[in-house]
Design a protein around this ligand. Structure first.
Ligand SMILES: O=C(O)CCC(=O)C(=O)O
Ligand SMILES: [Fe+2]
Length: 257
């Protein structure tokens, strides 16, 4: 795509080259914890004009699943929470899931903007849009350049003990989903739609952003089980407080049933 090439060239000129590599074949084990690429210099570590260094980790067992653990600074997390508070999402007794379609509120537009910008600066998108190099692609260009990038938002608020059952996001949404996590950390578990391989667990820490596309979006279910005894990470039960997540997606142009 011409626009993608132009921006890439511009970024390359300004910041030099960067690369993204995975670290080989995944090994299989029962209920493995997500094996992520080693946090070495090889993985996407963009230079940003904002001074942040964002590291994207690829979940090796699941194509199209990436996490950036320090996507949102502490200030950005508080400011998002204040916006949610101000807009009534967090009010006592309010629903624990709120959806919004069409024009997104300013804070969600800003979040979308930094998602795109961050992916661009990570230079990990597939320029051609073909998925030949699928393992190394952070986000395919045809998804990254669609306008708007996202037009639907869900805010999920989970009290301790509350989670979300195993599901594949509805087909009325296009490919390419982003999930920002706020407040309490949790373990998200991925299991294949066709039970031919083991499930994979991923720690969603506050401030992290998950990108889900392709196989991760269509061929794997995701769930969060926060019942006592299920939120175990590295042998320790995670202390649970309220967790809030913001999911950004794009509706398919025509409704599908
Ligand atoms: O809360 C999350 O992190 C995931 C939410 C989710 O999967 C959904 O709303 O479809
Ligand atoms: Fe989901």
């Amino acid at each position: 795509m011409a626009a993608a090439e132009e921006v890439k060239a511009m970024l390359k000129e300004a910041f030099g080259d960067s690369s993204s590599e995975s670290d080989g074949e995944p090994s299989r084990g029962m209920r493995r914890r997500a094996r992520i690429s080693d946090s070495s210099d090889e993985i996407a570590r963009p230079l940003s004009i904002f001074g942040d260094s964002h590291t994207w980790e690829q979940i090796n067992e699941i194509n199209g699943l990436w996490i950036c653990r320090e996507f949102l600074s502490a200030d950005q997390q508080s400011s998002l929470l204040s916006s949610l508070e101000r807009d009534g999402y967090l009010a006592e007794g309010s629903l624990n899931q709120a959806m919004r379609f069409g024009e997104l509120p300013p804070w969600a537009l800003e979040l979308s903007r930094i998602v795109r910008e961050n992916i661009l600066f990570s230079a990990g998108f597939s320029e051609s849009g073909d998925l030949e190099n699928e393992e190394e692609c952070l986000f395919p260009s045809e998804l990254l350049w669609r306008e708007p990038l996202f037009n639907q938002l869900i805010v999920n608020i989970y009290q301790p003990g509350e989670g979300i059952g195993a599901h594949v996001d509805l087909m009325r949404f296009e490919d390419g989903i982003a999930i920002a996590s706020l407040e309490s950390a949790c373990v998200m578990r991925f299991s294949p739609v066709e039970a031919s391989s083991d499930s994979v667990e991923l720690l969603l820490s506050p401030g992290s952003l998950v990108l889900m596309w392709g196989e991760a979006r269509y061929l794997w279910k995701h769930e969060i089980n926060r019942k006592p005894g299920f939120q175990i990470w590295q042998g320790q039960e995670i202390h649970q407080e309220r967790r809030t997540s913001i999911t950004l997606r794009r509706l398919c142009p025509t409704p599908q049933h």
